[in-house]
Design a protein around this ligand. Structure first.
Ligand SMILES: [Zn+2]
Length: 391
C-alpha cells in the first residue's frame, strides 16, 4: 500500500528519529573527524569507508559503488536502494557531497564541540550531518515499512566544492533518470529550502593596446587600461536587478609603469543569472564586446559554469509537497531563493524537479563557526524519510 503521512505515521517517524538521534550524531562525528577537503584522496576514502560500512547495515541498500575520480582526486559514492538500478523505472535521486572546503588541520584547530544545542565541526553543516541523516532516512523507510514508490539512488560526490569537475557527469546521468531530486545542501538560516538558485559564469577579458613613452610620444600608444576601464562600465551595465542578473568585475590588472602607455590589461568577471535566457544574453554580450578604440584588441575566455535552478511549476509543486509533509511533522517549511549554486543546478538543467536545501539546519557553512542545530536532526530526518517514501 502506498505510504501516506498521517498523524499516526508522522508520530512514529518522529519517534524513530528520536531513537536514532544519538546514532546519527555518532556517525556525523566520525565523518567530521575524518577530514576530507576536496582533492584529498585519503580523506575522501576514509569518509566513503564509513558511509559504505554504515550502508551495509541498511537492509534497503542493494548496491554500493565507489567510483574513483580521475587523478586520485577522491571517490564518489553511489548507492541504490529499494531496487537495483537496472530497471527503466524513473528514480528518486538524493544528492549530496562528501568533500568540504576545510583544509586538513582545521579539525585540530576547531575540534568537534557541542554547546547550547549546537554542534561545531569543520564540514558538519555542509554537509556531513546530512549524509548521515540520508542513510538513516533509508533505514526509517525499511523499519517503519514505508515502501518508497520508486527506486532510490543516493549519490554523494567528492568534488562539489571545487565545481564538480568529474562529479557533474554522474549528477547529470542520475538526474536524467530521476523523477525528483532531493538535494542535501544546507538550508537558508531560517531552515527554508531552496527553490531557486542563480546560475554562475566566469569570464576573463583581456585588452591589448600598444606601449609608448607616456611623455615623449603618447600619441603612438594605445592604452589597454583605458580601454579596459571603459569596458568595465559597459560590463556592469549588463546587470539587470529586476531579473536578478549581476555582473561583477572582481579583479583588474594591467600596465607596467606609470610612465608607459599600458599595452595590456586583464579583468576577471563573475556573472550570476536567474534564467538560461539571461545567461545566454550575457554570454553573447561579453563575447561580442567591441573595442572603443579601434586600435585596441579584446579577447574573452571562460563561459557559463552552472546553469540556474529555476523555480519551475514542477519545483514549486515539489516544495508544496514538502511543506505539507513538514506541517504534518509539526514545523513550518519556508522557501528561499539564493545567489549561490550547487549540484542541484546541474540536476535542474537535466529537466528533473529539484528541491534543494533539505540538509540539517545550522549556520556558518565554509566558515570557522560552521555548526548544526542538534534539535533539527529529528524533524529534518523525518521530513527527508517522508519525502523518500511518498514521492
Ligand atoms: Zn555543500
Amino acid at each position: 500500500m502506498p505510504f501516506e503521512l498521517n498523524p499516526s505515521s508522522a508520530a512514529r517517524l518522529l519517534d524513530f528519529f528520536r531513537g536514532r538521534r544519538d546514532g546519527i550524531v555518532a556517525l556525523t562525528r566520525a565523518l567530521c573527524e575524518r577530514e576530507s577537503p576536496s582533492g584529498d584522496l585519503e580523506g575522501s576514502r576514509a569518509v566513503v569507508d564509513l558511509l559504505a560500512r554504515a550502508s551495509s547495515e541498511t537492509a534497503a541498500i542493494t548496491s554500493v559503488e565507489r567510483i574513483p575520480a580521475p587523478e586520485d582526486y577522491g571517490e564518489h559514492l553511489r548507492l541504490h536502494a529499494f531496487g537495483d538500478g537496472a530497471s527503466a523505472e524513473r528514480t528518486l535521486l538524493i544528492l549530496g557531497h562528501t568533500d568540504t572546503v576545510h583544509a586538513r588541520g582545521s579539525l585540530a584547530e576547531r575540534p568537534w564541540r557541542e554547546s547550547d544545542g549546537r554542534i561545531f565541526a569543520p564540514g558538519v553543516f555542509d554537509m556531513k550531518a546530512s549524509c548521515a541523516v540520508a542513510l538513516e532516512a533509508l533505514r526509517a523507510c525499511v523499519e517503519l515499512e514505508m515502501q518508497p514508490r520508486r527506486p532510490v539512488v543516493l549519490l554523494l560526490t567528492c568534488d562539489e566544492e571545487t565545481g564538480s569537475l568529474s562529479g557533474r557527469e554522474l549528477v547529470e546521468e542520475e538526474a536524467r533518470r530521476a523523477e525528483s531530486v532531493l538535494v542535501l545542501e544546507p538550508p537558508a538560516p531560517d531552515g527554508s529550502v531552496k527553490t531557486k538558485r542563480k546560475g554562475t559564469g566566469m569570464f576573463s577579458l583581456r585588452a591589448e593596446g600598444r606601449a609608448a613613452h607616456a611623455g615623449l610620444e603618447p600619441e603612438k600608444g594605445v592604452s589597454a587600461v583605458l580601454e579596459m576601464a571603459r569596458q568595465i562600465e559597459r560590463l556592469h551595465a549588463l546587470s539587470d536587478s529586476s531579473l536578478g542578473t549581476t555582473v561583477n568585475v572582481g579583479v583588474v590588472c594591467g600596465g607596467t609603469r606609470s610612465n608607459v602607455v599600458p599595452a595590456e590589461a586583464r579583468a576577471e568577471i563573475d556573472v550570476r543569472f536567474g534564467t538560461l535566457a539571461e545567461a545566454h544574453r550575457i554570454e553573447r554580450e561579453i563575447v561580442g564586446l567591441v573595442p572603443f578604440d579601434s586600435r585596441a584588441k579584446l579577447s574573452v575566455s571562460g563561459g557559463i559554469n552552472r546553469p540556474p535552478l529555476e523555480r519551475t511549476p514542477a519545483v514549486a509543486a515539489l516544495y508544496e509537497r514538502a511543506r505539507g509533509l513538514a506541517a504534518m511533522l509539526g514545523f513550518a517549511l519556508g522557501e528561499a531563493s539564493v545567489g549561490g549554486a550547487s549540484d542541484g543546478n546541474f540536476a535542474a538543467a537535466c529537466g528533473a524537479a529539484v528541491l534543494d536545501g533539505l540538509g540539517i539546519e545550522g549556520d556558518g557553512a565554509h566558515a570557522t563557526h560552521e555548526h548544526i542545530r542538534a534539535e533539527s536532526i529529528v524533524p529534518r530526518g523525518a521530513l527527508l524519510a517522508a519525502l523518500v517514501a511518498s514521492l
